[in-house]
Design a binder for this molecule. Sequence first.
Ligand code: MEV
Length: 428
Amino acid sequence: MSRSSRLQGFYNRTLEERRAMLADWLGLPAEAVNEITSGEVFRVELADVLVENAIGTFALPLAIAANFRINGRDRLVPMVIEESSVVAASSHAAKLLREGEGIVARATEQQMIGQLQLIEVPQALDLAELLARNESELIAMLNANHPRLGAVGGGARTLEARRIDDGSRRWHVVHLVVDVADAMGANIVNTMLERLAPRLEELSGARVHLKILSNLSDRRRVDVVGRVPIALLAPYGESGRHVAENVELASRFAEVDPYRAATHNKGIMNGVDATLLATGQDFRAVEAGAHAYAARNGRYSALSTWRVEEEALVGRMTIPLAVGTVGGMTVLHPAVNRILEWFDLTRARELAEVVAAVGLAQNLAALLALSTEGIQRGHMSLHARNVAFSIGARGDELEALVASMSRENDFSERYASELLADLRATHG
Ligand code: MEV
């Protein structure tokens, strides 16, 4: 696995050439890549099976972020996203973060939490004591129904008691902690909770109200660190150190101000969600978990921090990531299935590590742009393509319009239409 993820000139190639380069990188025949990337493998029949009232399918761009080195390994990263500049920004930041091992990402155990809400609890009940006394029997009962999970090293692990008080009412909560291995885990945990509830009612005399997984999957996190040598930042400003200090300043703003933190984290989620979508994940679950985690200390804050440390700009982030590489979309969606295989993302831990690395890289790209020339210049030259396309420019016309709009710093539809009319008049 010594392939380099630095695909020279990938951005400047045509779509067909990029597919051919990818096939070459993967060691596959071009037809295999063409088939999956054609957008035609997700059939309308599958849509009809997956959701109610289906009327069709709906496509989004699939792209590749280049230049990533994660845990010492070069990787290309699949991304599904409609927003211009995200893929380019990711690849750009990945280039800055390549030194040594590259981005270092470490996933914790793959533990999910399920919640039971206990109401009508008898006065004398000591829930913690009851759970401690019955834990092994209850855990064994749950695991007996999930031999396949046990066979891959997963299974229910512990039961924990919590008390919650909303000011007017109090109730007890049981947390069931389950190692879900390579599954996303929602189905496993919810099934276990529904089995646990009646037995717990019997033992406690209480009534179980809600039985549901928590999306604050804070026992299934990734710690990720990225380092940029200060010297590499010199081209972005008056000196590399000055640029690095400005990125730190941007980070500190997000760490203390929820208004800025929301946008800072949105930049992270641009990378996270795009990779989640390309790999068939429940991105809503990850979004919910990430933002709840960002508020874990009572105030919503930045998920990542950037600091100047000696000769490097260092980014650190911890993010909960509940992802799965078995079941659900990973099996059903023919493109997802193949993408996981192509990019060697068949273990949940590894997928989570890659997703976190992309989030951190995306964050660096945004802070770097915001701390130097501002976000609009790069963004608008990419946006120019959308404007030119929307007013009817195609092929060479598209490139000519983008060049003129960027040069004149005018991205309006009116200007684009004038340019297109002139171009067509000149070239007959
Ligand atoms: C835009 O999609 C994301 C950014 O706003 C993130 C940020 O401000 O850090 C550029």
